[in-house]
Design a protein around this ligand. Structure first.
Ligand code: NAD
Ligand code: MG
Length: 295
């Protein structure tokens, strides 16, 4: 059955709704679609052991649901205030008969980040799939108002944590393991309000490509996902100014497919890059942008 991509998911205006960052998805209206009802697995990740950052909500939750339904045990990291979202994900993973490990902790803290990788390895009995999806985005219109505190915090969350995590994870990962980072269309064509965020997303592309070359010799593949505008807690908690929320994906920004994406529309890419289907793919960036500056 074919479906028109413009109307396949929610394409009305969104109600304005602000939450302090990082935002709790449970309190959003409408709820982002992370595949809770729709994603069907086909055993592509049977027996795999996955750690996903930002796995409580949005794109990371879509990956967590898909990985569990494909047969993986899944550990997720998130911030302690996101516990209500994390509990929902735990239930969804356990419903599939898979193990769910909840690892709250702030990725801006090096020792917390290193320890959470070790906890994942301990509780999963190993690690062969690391999906780094967590991210911080705060729009600031004028560079004069961009604080050092925000610049540092955005880089710590989005970039520095990836070095700490992969340093800690790689010694545990057997050949055939896969690492996935999350960049953005902002990494190629950044918005004027995202001077810090855009730069971190470009940095993630560089990190991914360099790491893929370095650890190909260990049989570990490293790829990145570049989403366009997706409906998630990140956007309503300061990622966009509130005046951009009603027409998000329609006019702000104007996406050729005329709507924002839903996290479940990335599930297939996170599964593909984790699975044996992509055994010859490394150092690559996969876009899903609704046609906006697609790479
Ligand atoms: P989201 O808010 O649902 O997920 C982001 C997650 O990052 C949060 O759930 C939170 O757990 C985590 N996080 C933030 N700061 C953290 C910290 N200090 N320590 C630990 N975890 C922290 O939003 P999302 O849109 O699903 O975002 C997921 C990823 O996708 C991010 O990397 C984001 O940059 C990227 N992305 C999103 C869009 C979009 O339009 N939504 C577009 C391109 C890229
Ligand atoms: Mg969240």
């Amino acid at each position: 059955m074919v479906q028109d991509p413009r109307t396949k998911y929610y394409n009305n205006d969104y109600p304005k709704q602000y939450q302090d960052p990082p935002g709790v998805q449970k309190y959003m209206d409408p709820q982002p679609d992370c595949g809770e009802e729709s994603y069907k697995g086909t055993g592509q990740l049977e027996g795999r052991k996955a750690l996903i950052t930002g796995g409580d909500s949005g794109i990371g939750r879509a990956a967590a649901i898909a990985y569990a339904r494909e047969g993986a045990d899944v550990a997720i990291n998130y911030l302690p205030v996101e516990e209500p979202d994390a509990q929902e994900v735990k239930e969804l993973i356990e419903k599939e008969g898979r193990k769910a490990v909840l690892l709250p902790g702030d990725l801006r803290d090096e020792s917390v980040t290193r320890e959470l990788v070790q906890s994942a390895v301990r509780e999963l009995g190993g690690l062969d799939l690391l999906a780094m999806v967590a991210g911080k985005q705060q729009a600031v219109e004028d560079i004069a108002d961009l604080t050092t505190e925000q610049i540092v915090s955005t880089f710590e969350t989005n970039v520095f944590s990836m070095y700490w995590m992969t340093q800690e994870a790689i010694p545990h990962m057997p050949a055939g393991s896969t690492i996935i980072t999350t960049t953005s269309v902002e990494g190629y064509d950044p918005s004027p309000m995202l001077l810090d965020y855009g730069a971190t997303k470009s940095a993630i592309i560089g990190f991914t490509k360099a790491l893929s070359k370095q650890i190909a010799s260990k049989g570990i593949r490293v790829n990145s996902v570049a989403p366009g505008p997706f409906w998630s807690a990140l956007q309503i908690s300061g990622g966009q100014p509130q005046e951009n929320i009603p027409k998000f994906g329609k006019e702000t920004p104007a996406v050729p497919l005329e709507r924002a994406g839903q996290p479940v529309e990335l599930s297939g890419i996170y599964v593909f890059l984790a699975s044996e289907q992509s055994s010859y793919v490394t150092g690559h960036v996969y876009s899903a942008t609704g046609g906006l500056n697609a790479n």
